[in-house]
Ligand binder design. Structure first.
Ligand code: UDP
Ligand code: MG
Length: 132
């Protein structure tokens, strides 16, 4: 069994997509093993998006990610990390498959509805970070 971390981003919460997104994961067979709602802070985002702090869009990303509450979940299941990334779709909704969550619900490269851990190491670090 694998665990992965998912964040339904502020646009997903504002657009009332939380139920629909969670339903997709539950119907797939993944199990919610933790769930909470909170507004993220700059310091947490600097850690979470450490690979992006020098990028020109970083301040836009922080403004977006702190613009409202997010829903954070741990999902558990066989091959959960890879399966959830597939269900989420590629970063830019323009390239994401239409049947994926970003492909169905996103329009913007920045405001792309959802985050999911992209590797075993990331999943472990992110679970620690968000569920201390
Ligand atoms: N992002 C952006 N512009 C870019 C790349 C990324 O605004 O050119 C944002 C977007 O919200 C993305 C997040 O930064 O989801 C993290 O980027 P990463 O490359 O880790 O993509 P992800 O793992 O979310 O697919
Ligand atoms: Mg990433």
């Amino acid at each position: 069994m694998e665990k992965t971390l998912v964040i339904i981003k502020p646009d997903g919460v504002k657009r009332h997509l939380v139920g629909k997104i969670i339903q997709r994961f539950e119907e797939k067979g993944l199990v919610i093993t933790a769930l909470k709602m909170e507004t993220l802070t700059l310091s947490l985002l600097e850690e979470h998006y450490n690979h992006l702090v020098t990028r020109p869009f970083f301040s836009e990303l922080v403004d977006y990610m702190t613009s409202g509450p997010v829903v954070i979940l741990i999902l558990t299941g066989e091959n959960a990390i890879e399966i959830v990334r597939k269900m989420v779709g590629t970063t830019n909704p323009l390239q994401a498959e239409i049947g994926s969550i970003r492909g169905q619900y996103g329009l913007s490269h920045t405001e792309n509805v959802i985050h999911a851990s992209d590797s075993t190491a990331a999943a472990q670090a992110e679970i620690q970070r968000f569920f201390k």
